[in-house]
Design a protein around this ligand. Structure first.
Ligand SMILES: C[S@@+](CC[C@H](N)C(=O)[O-])C[C@H]1O[C@@H](n2cnc3c(N)ncnc32)[C@H](O)[C@@H]1O
Length: 268
């Protein structure tokens, strides 16, 4: 799998040979470096580096966008995915990053705006089961669309920005004995996300994250009807709140994501 990978040094981390990384020399670590190589091999390696640099500069982003467009179309925007038989409306790549983040942070409480058919809250709760921690999930939606239940999950019905719901969730966040992680996945309009950020981002504990989902609405042409979406809301919020920073590595790890700039880390 490492061979032919064009981006970065992930393969090196795993110990494989990433032969196509720009400027990488398979002979570089030998005594004498590439200086003793035949001229035609040096020329070949330079030409290959040039081709890869050109590809990255001119085409890589376009290829990523085209692939993302195809993927969203083919999967009905991930609308038919299941977690252990329960519908979960998430990009699979993003779900993996969520899993890693939950393992890193080990939240006492996950606040989820946007339950839908319940699969994501169930997934987070079962990660807590697997980790053996005391984590709980509170998930809110304006309507009940599922019959799921899990001892770690509190389901609330109402608008995430209503005083009543915000008050109930704030009380749970204040009672949490460890990290609080926030996931905004309800109404993705700029106005609504801006309100949710004002209410819920401050509940994020230092070192944890507020995930603003579906900024892709503002980037992928096929979602243009949903604009303005989460991206302007989060950018305006960040401009006024230096206590949050975008964790770009989490956002960009798999190249395509529904949540560009979405992983906001609370740093102070
Ligand atoms: C994208 S879906 C959530 C998907 C879910 N998190 C999952 O991964 O399966 C968005 C949900 O937000 C809900 N929603 C819309 N406006 C809302 C509001 N004001 N408050 C709470 N939930 C809302 C919708 O009813 C819908 O079920």
């Amino acid at each position: 799998m490492g061979e032919g990978v064009l981006h970065g040094s992930a393969g090196e981390r795993k110990g494989y040979t990433v032969i196509a990384t720009v400027g990488f020399s398979p002979y570089g670590s030998r005594p004498g470096g590439s200086g003793c190589l035949p001229v035609w091999i040096k020329m070949y390696m330079r030409l290959r580096s040039l081709v890869i640099s050109l590809y990255n500069a001119l085409f890589a982003r376009v290829v990523e966008k085209l692939f993302f467009h195809q993927l969203v179309t083919k999967t009905n925007n991930f609308g038919k995915s299941n977690w252990l038989g329960n519908p979960i409306w998430q990009n699979t790549f993003d779900l993996w990053i969520a899993q890693e983040t939950i393992h890193d942070v080990k939240p006492s409480l996950i606040i989820e705006c946007g339950t839908n058919r319940g699969g994501s809250a169930y997934f987070y709760a079962q990660l807590f089961d697997l980790m053996g921690t005391d984590g709980r999930v509170v998930s809110v939606d304006i309507e009940k669309l599922h019959e799921l239940s899990h001892p770690r999950v509190t389901y609330l019905i109402g608008s995430s920005v209503s005083d009543e719901i915000a008050g109930q969730i704030r009380a749970m966040a204040e009672a949490a004995t460890g990290p609080v992680l926030v996931i905004l996945d309800s109404d993705h309009s700029e106005a609504h996300v801006a309100k949710e950020l004002e209410i819920y981002a401050p509940m994020t504990t230092v070192g944890s994250y507020c995930l603003v989902q579906d900024g892709i609405i503002d980037e992928l042409f096929m979602f243009r009807k949903g604009r303005p979406g989460p991206l302007p809301a989060l950018e305006k919020y960040l401009a006024r709140h230096p206590e949050f920073e975008i964790d770009h590595e989490r956002c960009k790890r798999f190249l395509i994501t529904h949540h560009p700039k979405g992983w906001l880390k609370r740093v102070q």
